[in-house]
Design a protein around this ligand. Structure first.
Ligand code: NAD
Length: 254
């Protein structure tokens, strides 16, 4: 098994459609040990049964916008595990009003919120768990094409994903000397809770099917397989990258 005994922290499971759910399941199948963060009580009720289903060892509250929560989580993880081999950041949020219409109508507050939850949070987690990340650990996050190209309605989230992808490169440079790798997966559209907040999201799916080289949309398992690769020694020389898991959609011009 590729991840036998590796300790994996998973941030971003909301339900069994979450990208992070598929990732956690695949990690489990490869022998990893799991623990799950949740932002508050509403999600805790959903995460606990999932943790039980996947044999998670513990769950902990961690609203990624709270430095206090991150510090408390690091303490919990330190007490339970003493270290971390894999950290999965699969978290994003923007106001629904900012995921439709014109990008330029985003408010200062909406912009700051989207960037805080969806991009700065990765930096904050790397900093908060710095002392716990084992030498050779793997950190990964989830991005989307909207970071690189204009995608209607994706708006401020595209800007947040661009910041996230750039943060991945700087984090990879900071943590690389310890052998810690940081990468992002740029996933094609998948029907999840977060995706349902994007106006017109359903219309993305047939476009991918029609234009992507593989002529199909991606699955949770497609992302999970790449996540296993990034978490394992198979990707030992890969860091600071954006790996597209999108049926090849992003390579197409006309
Ligand atoms: P999801 O709704 O299942 O997951 C989003 C997660 O973010 C939820 O678990 C939610 O609890 C968590 N979250 C939000 N605010 C938080 C906070 N303050 N603190 C801690 N957690 C918080 O949807 P998903 O599609 O699985 O999204 C996971 C990641 O994948 C996101 O970064 C998303 O942008 C990215 N992504 C999604 C798609 C897609 O089409 N679904 C495509 C590419 C990238």
């Amino acid at each position: 098994m590729l991840l036998q005994g590796k300790k994996a922290l998973i941030f971003g499971v909301a339900n069994d459609r979450s990208i992070a759910y598929g990732v956690a399941k695949a990690f489990k199948d490869q022998g990893a040990r799991l623990a799950f963060g949740y932002p508050g009580d509403a999600i805790r009720k959903r995460v606990e049964p999932i943790s039980e289903e996947l044999g998670g060892e513990f769950t902990f509250q961690c609203d990624v916008t709270s430095d206090e929560d991150i510090a408390a989580s690091a303490k919990t993880v330190s007490e339970k595990w003493g270290g971390v081999d894999i950290l999965v950041h699969s978290v994003a949020y923007a106001r629904q009003d900012d995921l439709k219409g014109r990008f330029m109508d985003v408010t200062r507050e909406g912009f700051a919120l989207a960037l805080d939850v969806s991009a700065y949070s990765l930096v904050a987690l790397c900093k908060g768990f710095d002392g716990l990340l084992a030498d050779g650990a793997s950190v990964m996050t989830m991005s989307y094409l909207g970071a690189e190209k204009v995608v209607p309605s994706y708006n401020v989230m595209g800007v947040a994903k661009a910041a996230l992808e750039c943060s991945v490169r700087y984090l990879a440079a900071d943590l690389g000397p310890r052998g810690i790798r940081v990468n992002s997966l740029s996933a094609g559209p998948l029907k999840t809770l977060a995706a349902s907040g994007i106006t017109g999201f359903k219309g993305f799916l047939p476009i991918v099917e029609e234009r992507a080289p593989l002529k199909r949309n991606i699955t949770q398992e497609d992302v999970a397989g790449t996540a296993v690769y990034l978490a394992s020694g198979l990707s030992s020389g890969v860091t600071g990258e954006v790996i597209h898991v999108d049926s090849g959609f992003s390579i197409m011009g006309i």
